[in-house]
Design a protein around this ligand. Structure first.
Ligand code: GLY
Length: 366
């Protein structure tokens, strides 16, 4: 294990149980009973459940038997509702039901619900109790772990938000059975990412695996969450090693934002990140940080679960330009996480628009 001591250019090798979050998530069939036990041991003054139209239908019936009396608010599903207007709806609901700071909000949903609900809980009367019950693979392995909360604003994703760990996160992988295949794939990109930045053995395990063939997600989620926890525990507020978690996202966000702005071409976050990981691995290979055979392995693991993204060569400069808007940048310099070998991320690597464009051109030849 190389623990972060301040400067950039650091590799992190994942070693279980060296760093841990104060409240590690409960993952598996024991998750919902654990929530019931928490509510028995430390009863809130009032209990509130926030769901969206999908999770109210598919997941709430499974959660409900584990909860004492509560109020339920159902918001519209979808990233377009991850707004301050929806927050106002939640704050209004809490106020109307006389929630005090000893009330508890259960956020039942994917990343939109856990991010938005976590933000509402962190800010309402300067903070009420909050438990995350993530229901998508993306939320279970990524969004609901590590205390990032927030909403989109003026076209920028997660532009307004705070770091606030919930009191608990409980994950029941049986919720994943309700997900469309594309949504599972989207979360799987983050599983690949965690392995690539911190655990070569985990990456080796993913070789030959395709999302469609996974029958039991529990061990994969447990391991992937452990990798993320380990990194977040070292750097909760992203001044150092947490930036490793941005691997694939510099090019990925550029692709996602560009395609979102094109009518009918929006792609899921994970599909863009999967392509971004291939591009950023290519950049690492160009710098001699990753071998040709290692780059091939990254491409194969991604190709086993993701269709190639479609864009034309003459769109590349416009796509790359989106990378200038990345939250990770400092001034005009684009900072990227690359790999120094499989399982070893390095953060704060300066890249240029020309580098990003070159990686997108290379992607089109794969
Ligand atoms: N999703 C990246 C992070 O939590 O830092």
């Amino acid at each position: 294990m190389y623990a972060w001591a301040g400067p950039p250019f650091i590799c992190i090798r994942f070693t279980p149980a060296v760093f841990a979050l104060t409240n590690p998530p409960t993952i598996g069939p024991e998750a919902l009973p654990a929530l019931a036990e928490l509510l028995r041991q430390a009863p809130p003054s009032r209990l509130f459940v926030l769901a969206d139209t999908n999770t109210a239908r598919d997941c709430y019936p499974h959660l409900r038997p584990y909860l004492p009396a509560h109020e339920l608010l159902v918001i519209e599903a979808g990233e377009e509702h991850k707004t301050l207007a929806t927050c106002a709806e939640v704050w209004h609901w809490l106020t109307a039901h006389h929630a005090d700071r000893h009330a508890l909000l259960v956020c039942l949903g994917g990343g939109v619900v856990t991010d938005l609900g976590g933000f509402c809980a962190a800010t309402y009367k300067r903070g009420l109790r909050c438990v995350g019950v993530p229901t998508t693979l993306l939320a279970q392995v990524d969004a609901a772990v590590g205390g990032k909360t927030g909403v989109d604003f003026e076209g920028f994703k997660n532009h307004i938000g705070v770091f606030q760990e919930p009191e608990a996160v409980v994950m029941d992988p049986s919720f994943l059975a309700t997900l469309p295949a594309g949504e599972l794939r989207s979360g799987y990109a983050e599983v690949i990412k965690h392995a690539l930045i911190a655990d070569a053995a985990a990456f080796a395990d993913l070789r030959g695996l395709a999302v469609a063939t996974v029958s039991d997600w529990t061990p994969i989620i447990r391991h992937s969450v452990a990798i993320k926890e380990n990194i977040v525990a070292q750097d909760p507020h992203e001044s150092g090693p947490r930036k490793l978690l941005n691997f694939g996202h510099t090019v990925g966000h550029a692709l996602e934002s560009y395609l979102l702005a094109q009518p009918g071409r929006a792609v899921r976050h994970g599909e863009a990140v999967a392509a971004g990981m291939v591009c950023e691995s290519w950049l690492a290979a160009q710098r001699g940080l990753l071998g040709a055979e290692e780059l091939t392995q990254v491409r194969e693991v991604v190709a086993a679960s993701f269709e190639p993204l479609r864009f034309a060569a003459d769109e590349i400069d416009a796509i790359a330009a989106y990378a200038l808007h990345d939250k990770k940048n400092r001034g005009d310099s684009i900072k990227c996480t690359l790999l120094r070998g499989l399982g070893h991320g390095i953060f704060d690597q300066a890249v240029t628009l020309a580098d990003i464009a070159a990686s997108l051109r290379a992607y089109l030849t794969f």
